[in-house]
Write a protein that binds this ligand. Structure first.
Ligand code: ZN
Length: 138
C-alpha cells in the first residue's frame, strides 16, 4: 500500500554545485551525503515536511544517472512513493499487468528496499517504490 511521497530524485552533474541552492537559498534541512555503490551515485539528501529531496550525482559514466543526464539533461529523475511492503506492492502491480523494471526489491539509499515501475506504464515518469529500512529512517 502506498503511504506518502517519500522523495523526489533530481539528477545533477555535481552535488557541490547544487547543494548551496537547496541548503542555503531554499534553506531545506540538509541530511548529508551517501554513496550508493550499486547504482553508481552519490546522493545528497534534504528534508522538507517529512519528504526528501535527493540530488543524484553519477560517480561513473556507466551510472544510470549519467545516461539520463546525457539523454535528457539535468532535472527531475524520479518520484518515489513510500510503501509498507515493496514485495507486496510489486506483486499487486504485476497482478494488474503493470510492467516493472524490478521484479524483486533491491537495496537503495538509507537502507531502503526499492523497486522501479517501468516508465512505459507511467507516461515516462520514472516511479520508485520504497520501503523504509530497519533503521526506521524515512
Ligand atoms: Zn529514489
Amino acid at each position: 500500500m502506498i503511504q506518502k511521497i517519500s522523495h523526489i530524485g533530481i539528477a545533477v552533474n555535481k552535488l557541490d554545485e547544487q547543494i548551496p541552492f537547496y541548503r542555503d537559498v531554499l534553506q531545506l534541512q540538509f541530511l548529508g551525503i551517501e554513496e550508493v555503490a550499486e547504482q553508481k551515485v552519490r546522493v545528497a539528501m534534504f528534508n522538507v515536511g517529512d519528504v526528501h529531496v535527493e540530488l543524484l550525482e553519477p560517480t561513473n559514466p556507466e551510472s544510470p544517472i549519467a545516461k539520463f543526464i546525457e539523454k535528457k539533461g539535468q532535472g527531475i529523475h524520479h518520484i518515489a512513493y513510500q510503501v509498507d511492503s515493496a514485495k507486496a506492492t510489486i506483486s499487486d502491480l504485476k497482478a494488474k499487468n503493470i510492467q516493472m523494471i524490478d521484479n524483486e526489491p533491491r537495496q537503495g539509499a538509507n537502507g531502503m528496499q526499492i523497486a522501479f515501475i517501468h516508465p512505459k506504464a507511467t507516461l515516462g515518469v520514472l516511479t520508485e517504490l520504497c520501503q523504509p529500512g530497519e533503521c526506521g529512517h524515512k
